[in-house]
Design a protein around this ligand. Structure first.
Ligand SMILES: [Fe+2]
Ligand SMILES: [Fe+2]
Length: 213
């Protein structure tokens, strides 16, 4: 199953189509158009919204004492999504846009923030739901990511948007790489010990494979 399928994008879209009134259909269509965009920044922002949904769902499970299997399935999907997202940023988006950033330190800070999230994901891989620090570790990951997303969307992306960057060409390349990575990841079976570790570990060693564009 693709990561997109695991995120439930297709399912939620279909459900909305059958139940929403006409005015909301327009919104759905607009969202779908954005989801199909090859604009590099829109691709990244769509990913941000998807993981934010997963963070909210985890909070609900945590508050409602949700069962461990549901937590693991959600956490695995979120970590896999974050791993692919950070990888396409590091391999393609950041190198291609570094030169146009007015604040050069934004790019470096982003890499440090990615590093912190990766370390926490690696720690989480060694824990099981129900174990001490499992929930707390994922919550801290979500807090770090939310901060990082703000930095990207409020500071980095506007600077890139103003510059002369072919965001459609860049996005097309990112989309292709994302598909490859999602294909390589393969299915993450909920509850099977170590499966997410294997998938995420495979990815994390590949960061910075492409260094210049
Ligand atoms: Fe991002
Ligand atoms: Fe990022």
């Amino acid at each position: 199953m693709s990561l997109a399928a695991r995120f439930g994008r297709e399912d939620s879209t279909n459900q909305m189509e059958t139940t929403v009134p006409t005015t909301k259909r327009k919104t759905t269509a607009t969202r779908r158009a954005k989801a199909n965009s090859t604009d590099a920044i829109e691709i990244l922002m769509n990913d941000h919204r998807e993981v934010e949904k997963m963070f909210k769902a985890f909070e609900k499970l945590r508050k409602g004492n949700g069962d461990d299997e549901a937590k693991r399935e959600l956490v695995d999907r979120a970590c896999a999504a974050l791993t692919v997202h950070t990888q396409i940023e590091e391999e393609i988006f950041y190198p291609a846009t570094r030169g146009v950033l007015r604040d050069a330190e934004l790019g470096e800070e982003a890499l440090v923030e990615h590093g912190s999230v990766k370390e926490l994901i690696a720690k989480l891989e060694k824990l099981q739901p129900g174990e001490e620090l499992y929930d707390a570790t994922f919550t801290v990951i979500s807090e770090y990511v939310k901060h990082h997303v703000q930095e990207e969307e409020k500071k980095m992306f506007p600077q890139i948007r103003k510059a002369d960057v072919d965001l459609d060409a860049l996005g097309a390349e990112m989309k292709q790489r994302k598909d490859e990575l999602e294909e390589e990841n393969g299915p993450i079976e909920a509850g099977s010990e170590g499966s997410a570790t294997t998938n995420m570990g495979r990815n994390s060693g590949q960061a910075h494979r492409r260094t210049a564009h």
